[in-house]
Design a protein around this ligand. Structure first.
Ligand code: RTP
Ligand code: MG
Length: 143
């Protein structure tokens, strides 16, 4: 299987709950390596650009308001099959449907405030990683 990179965002609700470390711990225990990491309070423009694919959806305005409501942690995760592996760890978009033991089942209450984001394909991952990180700010592990 190929080593991939994916973009993770710990959303404002999870940052506010003070569970950054617990979420990172799940990535690490699952064998995903953090190779880029930054905390940022998104501007409206940055959040709208990130979610541009959802611009016409009814939830877009609320999504942008939520994502700009407090700081987030954006990370680049690296590992075998990282895109799908990370989404498995996150669980379903709606925490009510998320499998037991997933991040959203354990840390999210609603579909609007669902703790984490993860790229949904290698193509999205490439766009999303470069949306937040210069190549020089990603640090591949040599050991
Ligand atoms: P994400 O992009 O955050 O990793 O989540 P996802 O792929 O599971 O969900 P996506 O369809 O990309 O939607 C992006 C975010 O928009 C919010 N959403 N709300 N009220 C709704 O019906 C609804 N649907 C989506 C969620 O916060 C979702 O994570
Ligand atoms: Mg998505």
């Amino acid at each position: 299987m190929a080593v991939e990179r994916t973009l993770s965002i710990i959303k404002p609700d999870a940052v506010a709950k003070n569970v950054i470390g617990e979420i990172y711990s799940r990535f690490e225990k699952a064998g995903l390596k953090v190779v880029g990491s930054r905390m940022v309070h998104l501007s409206q423009e940055k959040a709208e650009g990130f979610y541009a694919e959802h611009k016409e959806r009814p939830f877009f305005k609320d999504l942008v308001a939520f994502m700009t409501s407090g700081p987030v942690v954006v990370s680049v995760l690296e590992g075998e099959n990282a895109v799908a592996h990370h989404r498995d760890l996150m669980g379903a978009t709606n925490p009510a449907d998320a499998a037991a033991g997933t991040i959203r089942a354990d840390f999210a209450q609603t579909i609007d405030e669902n703790a984490v984001h993860g790229s949904d394909s290698p193509t999205s991952a490439a766009r999303e990683v470069s949306y937040f990180f210069e190549e020089a700010d990603v640090c591949p592990r040599t050991r």
